[in-house]
Ligand binder design. Structure first.
Ligand SMILES: Cc1ncc(COP(=O)(O)O)c(C=O)c1O
Length: 331
């Protein structure tokens, strides 16, 4: 199986913003785009993107999951990066058109079609360090992906890092620079303590990892950081919290300190998990902090984590009722 995100459909859909208007979206080859070397994005990082999935149901129908949320988040990221605004209905239609065109390539569960809308500033100007790009490109890539959990959902090892992942006002923007700024800490954590991910906890405040949100499950309570501008407002996080409420769990969106996390993790029944479009809900088995390792609960994938992941997958795969209206039929 090819690594996640390395296989693309031969075509994508694109619209360009020039002279104050968006071009009619067109289907083009995925293999290249033409960009001036002085394009705003290459110098001043005017870039944001999204990640969502389309699923194949047993009856052959193809459905996207919570597409409007991803479209709204890209519109918000674009606005916060001063990229040209776009019509959300236009992007939704672009997504449905390209997924529909490649419907035959949507894998069966546990695989899916990963969808990557991308918005970049293309104005050729190296003099706009403090001014927005007046031109941009909005395109949607597709990548068929397999089972993220092939080989089992092995509990992760997380290194707790006292620093922030990115600038505090940028966390809710899904922008390339945030990922680049988190790379060195993640690489160091892998090399030094064989951690799978870094859990960023600036000043002891438990935020998120490099590509997923963090959830702590203690008995009937699920605890996660309340939304603010410092971290990405995960759509999987929102879905899992909704499913937890549906099951009668207490959902606490509030500050979680490293001290409280380690104290609760020491209890035998505690579970921790990462939520994200790619990871769905991945169990966390070990926290590493101050040179010491702390097992979370029993250190193995917990029953609640597994049940919540299954509940989410069941909706995505058409095996359970879509009570919250999260699916959009493509074809
Ligand atoms: C930094 C970061 N946090 C959280 C998430 C989870 O977001 P979502 O559930 O919308 O995929 C992601 C995944 O894209 C991410 O990159």
């Amino acid at each position: 199986m090819a690594a996640f995100g390395t296989v693309f459909t031969p075509e994508m859909i694109i619209s360009r913003f020039n002279n104050n208007s968006w071009s009619t979206p067109e289907i083009v080859a995925t293999d290249s785009i033409s960009l001036h070397p002085g394009a705003h994005v290459l110098h001043y990082s005017s870039t944001c993107f999204e990640g969502l999935k389309a699923f194949r149901h047993a009856d052959g129908g193809i459905y996207t999951f919570r597409m409007e949320k991803n479209v709204a988040r890209l519109a918000q990221s674009s606005q916060l990066l001063a990229l040209p605004g776009f019509d959300k209905a236009m992007l939704s239609k672009m997504i449905l058109d390209i997924v529909g065109r490649y419907a035959a390539d949507v894998p069966v569960p546990p695989g899916s079609m990963y969808i990557r809308p991308t918005h970049i500033g293309t104005e050729a100007s190296i003099g706009k360090a403090a001014a927005p790009s007046l031109e941009s490109m909005l395109y949607v890539l597709l990548s068929p992906v397999g089972d993220y959990f092939a080989g089992g959902a092995k509990p992760l090892r997380l290194l707790l890092e006292d620093n922030a992942r990115c600038a505090p006002h940028m966390g809710m923007v899904k922008s390339g620079g945030n990922y680049a700024s988190a790379l060195q800490p993640i690489m160091k954590a892998r090399a030094s303590v064989q951690a799978d991910q870094v859990l960023f906890c600036p000043n002891g405040d438990v935020q998120e990892t490099g590509a997923a949100n963090f959830l702590l499950i203690d008995g009937n309570e699920i605890i996660t950081k309340a939304l603010d501008s410092s971290f990405l407002h995960g759509i999987t996080r929102d879905s899992i919290l909704t499913l937890a409420r549906d099951r009668g769990m207490t959902v606490s969106e509030r500050e979680l300190t490293v001290d409280e996390l380690l104290e609760r993790a020491a209890k035998p029944g505690t579970e921790a998990a990462l939520s994200g479009t790619a990871a769905v809900l991945t169990p966390v088995g070990t926290l590493i902090h101050g040179g010491k390792e702390y097992q979370v609960g029993s250190g193995v994938a917990g029953a609640t984590t597994n049940a919540l992941r299954q509940a989410l997958n069941d909706i995505q795969w058409g095996k359970a009722e879509d009570k919250h209206g999260w699916l959009t039929k493509v074809c």
